[in-house]
Design a protein. Sequence first.
Length: 118
Amino acid sequence: MAHTTHSAIAASLIGAACLLLAPASQAMDAESAKALAKQNNCLKCHAIDKEKDGPAYKKVAEKYKGKANAEARLIDHITSGEKAKFPDGHEEEHKVVKTSPPKDMEQIKNLVQWILAQ
């Protein structure tokens, strides 16, 4: 019986070590997110910490902090073309973020997670 217990413990430790060494597919990649934001000209209307025509990403992150629907809400905002309000009061359709390959949700989620991490 002791042999089985040691084998089970060893297998558990090896499994845990593999999980620690495996790349985290859910980990946010800031450099890729910034590159996607630049490719889509997001930084023309947004900045990380100052207001432009669009809100600063820090302000967006504050607004959605602790909200369960934050990621889904921002994904919808940047993929649907819904109306966005500008400081002067006019509204325009928000630019739809384009990815390569098209509509790559992993890239979209990464961008949103980066925005929410500001």
